[in-house]
Design a protein around this ligand. Structure first.
Ligand code: URA
Length: 430
């Protein structure tokens, strides 16, 4: 006889290992509505405190994967490789990488998520383009992939419906920063895409869910183990999130920055990481004989404008219409001292952008696509008293003074020039 949901919650609360069937039953019942949000919240918190064994994490991933459809992309003649980031502030590489890698002849089926906590989400960024739809049917997804090589969609009722519900709940119940939950959330979506391989960008630092390299390595290894268990090619980079990636934080502002990169402008760190992740995907997809050659392919595609043209085609195919909207008001935050930018409390920068309307406090909050923050400096840059450190973009009545103070507290300025932080910290075996 199936166990009552409350019995499964109690087992996890008491630190017991759940069986594959118990996990499957709990997830299926949540999707069908017989486990309520408050029960799932309790379960998530129990997992947060007690963790999960490798076996449980794999079972949770499988249960979430099979809560919906696993897309069959075997009709596509070529490798299908995706990239996923564990989440950061200003992390917008998917929009750049998708078209670069597709232009290199590797199919990129991207099922992405929304903003989570202080971090942004690919879906919210894309939907800041007026008319852009991420809610395509599986048939439309397949059709666009075969025509353009890349398509961006979100979890739907069909694909990973369990993650769609759990992700929104975790965002507002303090259960995001948890290795088994992150692993199952990411890998269920990725495995549902019908991919052959995956490049993972595990973020570490003050703006990431993993604050230390030790935690990031644990997450990287756990993600690799699931990919290998599912017989997928995998490559994992651990990358720095001790400052926002690029300079734009907030949905349409970030899309604009992606266009800058695709036009051969824009911040170096965002460009460098986009090239490296693209190269990893091109290599995994068998379109270059080694990583060096794959980097050259990615560079050539970016410089030639091929990726820009493909991204524009994707935007139009998914209903998007440019130009991007802009917020009505801006406010410059000015430095109170001379010195060098020596660090960021990056999570606070993400939260400041959220307070302007770029993120959600509750799962059903509407976001303002145009709201956010443009930073004017990166770590190591010299700044003078009176220079604008950041510009806020917002609409209507917002707690500007509070956001200003948060940002002034988050941007560290010292007299001594700091070392430029390394962007790509580690590569975890293939
Ligand atoms: N990205 C996801 O898709 N899920 C998480 O839990 C964290 C980051």
């Amino acid at each position: 006889m199936p166990a009552l949901p409350s019995e499964i919650i109690k087992l996890k609360r008491d630190g017991k290992e759940l069986s594959k069937n118990q996990i499957k039953e709990f997830i299926d019942s949540y999707v069908s509505g017989s486990v309520a949000d408050y029960q799932m919240s309790a379960f998530l918190m129990a997992v947060y405190f007690n963790g999960m064994s490798k076996r449980e994490t794999f079972s949770l991933t499988e249960a979430m994967l099979h809560s919906g459809l696993v897309i069959d992309l075997s009709f596509l003649n070529g490798s299908k490789i995706d990239k996923h980031s564990t989440g950061g502030v200003g992390d917008k590489t998917s929009l750049i990488i998708g078209p670069i890698v597709a232009a290199a002849g590797v199919f990129v089926p991207m099922v992405s998520g929304r903003g989570l906590g202080h971090t942004g989400g690919t879906l919210d960024k894309l939907e800041s383009i007026p008319g852009f739809s991420t809610q395509l049917s599986v048939e439309q997804f397949k059709d666009q992939l075969s025509r353009l090589g890349v398509c961006f969609i979100g979890q739907t009722k069909e694909i990973c419906p369990s993650d769609k519900k759990m992700y929104a709940l975790r965002d507002v119940t303090g259960t995001v920063e948890c290795v088994p939950l992150i692993c199952a959330s990411i890998m269920s979506k990725k495995l549902a895409e019908g991919i052959d391989g995956l490049v993972l960008d595990v973020k570490v630092g003050s703006g990431a869910f993993m604050k230390t390299i030790k935690e990031a390595r644990i997450l990287a290894k756990a993600l690799s183990a699931i990919a290998k268990g599912a017989k997928k090619k995998i490559s994992v980079l651990i990358t720095d999130m001790n400052q926002p990636l690029g300079k734009a934080i907030g949905n349409s502002l970030e899309v604009e920055e992606c266009f800058d990169i695709l036009k051969n402008r824009g911040p170096k760190d965002l460009r460098d990481l986009s090239i490296e992740l693209s190269a990893q995907m091109i290599f995994l997809g068998g379109k270059a004989k080694n990583l060096g050659a794959a980097r050259n392919v990615a560079e050539e595609i970016l410089i030639s404008g091929k990726a820009l043209r493909l991204f524009e085609e994707v935007v139009s195919a998914q209903g998007g219409k440019l130009p991007l909207p802009r917020a009505q008001s801006t406010y410059a935050i000015v430095s109170k001292k001379n010195g060098f930018i020596s660090g960021f409390q990056t999570e606070s920068v993400g939260l400041a952008s959220l307070l302007l309307g770029a993120g959600r406090k509750k799962s059903d909050d509407k976001i303002d696509p145009t709201a956010g923050v443009i930073l004017h400096y990166k770590i190591g840059d010299a700044v003078k008293k009176g220079n604008a450190l950041a510009t806020l973009h917002y609409n209507g009545d917002k707690p500007i003074k509070e956001v200003e103070q948060m940002l002034l507290d988050s941007i560290e300025i010292r007299l001594q020039k700091p070392k430029t932080p390394r962007l790509i910290l580690e590569k975890v075996g293939r």
